[in-house]
Structures are given as structure tokens and as C-alpha cells.
Write a protein that binds this ligand. Structure first.
Ligand code: ZN
Length: 245
């Protein structure tokens, strides 16, 4: 009788409460698992979302002279999913890339996502070969084929302050990207200067800088003078919230 009584006491004091506590935990685990299996992955990482949403319309541009920036510039990018390309956040990023590359303090002909600290495959490029020379944002842009002879020309980069180089490139390329409207794959053959811009920007998406390919790199005598008025306004200062990452 003593044994039986102890067992009952054990049941009431330990086993029953433990079992009772386990039921809701098990239930929550099952719900979370089925939730995970059913829902698609949330688009963009937390940092990507933060950077896109928190940045001003003209985004801070990473430079090789900043240690953390230089790591961002060397990171190979991932492709965007269809869900991401169709999202509001992508539209925000596209608008901010366009505002940044066209801003008077940058004044570029192209900008790639790693230059604003994002390891995702997207670039805004000026189509100097089209009427009105519009800037266009290309998700999942890559060079599919190199065409023609090797040509040599001067290049500079918003992320490499005060320098320019002579870089050998293919005269033409076939590019491929995801159409942001239809989400269908697109291709186009390009020649001349715009083909050079595409090679420079798609290199950024693979963590490659023009200085890696340049035959020579020298000081750009106009760099400081062109930027001085904007530098005085703090246009190139990295926001404090970005430094805390
Ligand atoms: Zn560049």
C-alpha cells in the first residue's frame, strides 16, 4: 500500500503537471512546422529590408576606403526571386537606386546593389544607346556572352574615390535579366559604350571591381573638385545606423 500511495503522489506531483505542460508546447511546435511548410519564405533578409527602408532616397554609396564597405563590395550577389521582384520593397529599392545614381553628388552612368551595401543581383544603368538616355533598373542582370574584339577605355567608379583606370573589355555583350513586369527572362545584344557599362556593373554583382581588370590605374584630377561642394554638405558621410551593423 505504501508503494501504491507513493506512485499516486508521484503522478499527481510530477508526471501530470509535466504532461500538461508538454501538450501546448507540442501543439505550438506542430503549428509552427506546418506554417513553415505552407508559407513561402519571407522575401528579403531583415538587414536588406532595413537598409532599403531606412536609407534616404539618395542612398549612401559604399567606398573601398571604408573597411566594412570594401567587404560589401567584394560579396557575390544572390538572385532575386519572382516574389521579391514583384514586391513593394523592390519598387522602393529600384526608385532609390535611380535617385542615387542620378543625384548630382554621384552623377554616375550606372550603380549596382553592392555599392549601396546589398548583396542582391540588381543594377541601375543608363541606356546611352536609347532615345532620351533613360536609366533602367535590371533585376537578375548578367552577361551571357562576350562578343567582338577587346577594346580599352577609361573607367571610374563611384566606390573607388579619386581614381580612374584603363580597362580592357569586350566590345559587345549579350545580357540576360528578369523582366520586372512580366517576370519572364529577357536577353539583348549590346555594343559600344553601353556594353562597357553593363560589364562594369555586372562585375560589381560578382564582387569584381574595375581595378581588378585595369591595365593601369591613376589619380583622377577632377574627382575632388567635382565633389567638394557636396562633401561640404556631408553628402558622402556614412549614416551612423549603418555603422552599427
Ligand atoms: Zn563601379
Amino acid at each position: 500500500m505504501k508503494t501504491s500511495s507513493s506512485f499516486r503522489t508521484f503522478l499527481l506531483a510530477v508526471a501530470v503537471p509535466v504532461f500538461a505542460a508538454a501538450i501546448p508546447i507540442l501543439f505550438l511546435a506542430l503549428v509552427s512546422w506546418s506554417d513553415l511548410m505552407r508559407k513561402p519564405q519571407k522575401p528579403f533578409t531583415v538587414w536588406e529590408r532595413t537598409l532599403i527602408e531606412q536609407s534616404d532616397s539618395v542612398m549612401y554609396v559604399c567606398v573601398v576606403t571604408d573597411l566594412k564597405d570594401s567587404l560589401d563590395l567584394r560579396t557575390a550577389c544572390r538572385d532575386l526571386t519572382d516574389e521579391e521582384i514583384g514586391s513593394e520593397l523592390y519598387a522602393t529599392l529600384a526608385a532609390k537606386l535611380l535617385a542615387t545614381v542620378q543625384s548630382p553628388q554621384q552623377g554616375g552612368v550606372g550603380i549596382a546593389a553592392p555599392q549601396v551595401g546589398l548583396a542582391i543581383r540588381v543594377a541601375a544603368i543608363q541606356r546611352l544607346d536609347q532615345p532620351g538616355e533613360p536609366f533602367v533598373v535590371y533585376p537578375n542582370i548578367r552577361v551571357l556572352e562576350h562578343l567582338g574584339d577587346t577594346v580599352r577605355g577609361p573607367e571610374g567608379c563611384l566606390s573607388i574615390p579619386g581614381k580612374r583606370g584603363i580597362v580592357p573589355r569586350s566590345e559587345g555583350v549579350v545580357i540576360g535579366w528578369t523582366d520586372p513586369e512580366t517576370l519572364e527572362p529577357r536577353t539583348e545584344e549590346l555594343h559600344g559604350y553601353v556594353a562597357i557599362i553593363f560589364q562594369h556593373e555586372t562585375d560589381h554583382l560578382d564582387g569584381i571591381l574595375y581595378t581588378d581588370r585595369a591595365e593601369s590605374v591613376s589619380d583622377d584630377p577632377d574627382w575632388d573638385a567635382e565633389r567638394a561642394p557636396y562633401a561640404m554638405q556631408g553628402a558622402y558621410v556614412k549614416p551612423a545606423w549603418r555603422c552599427s551593423r
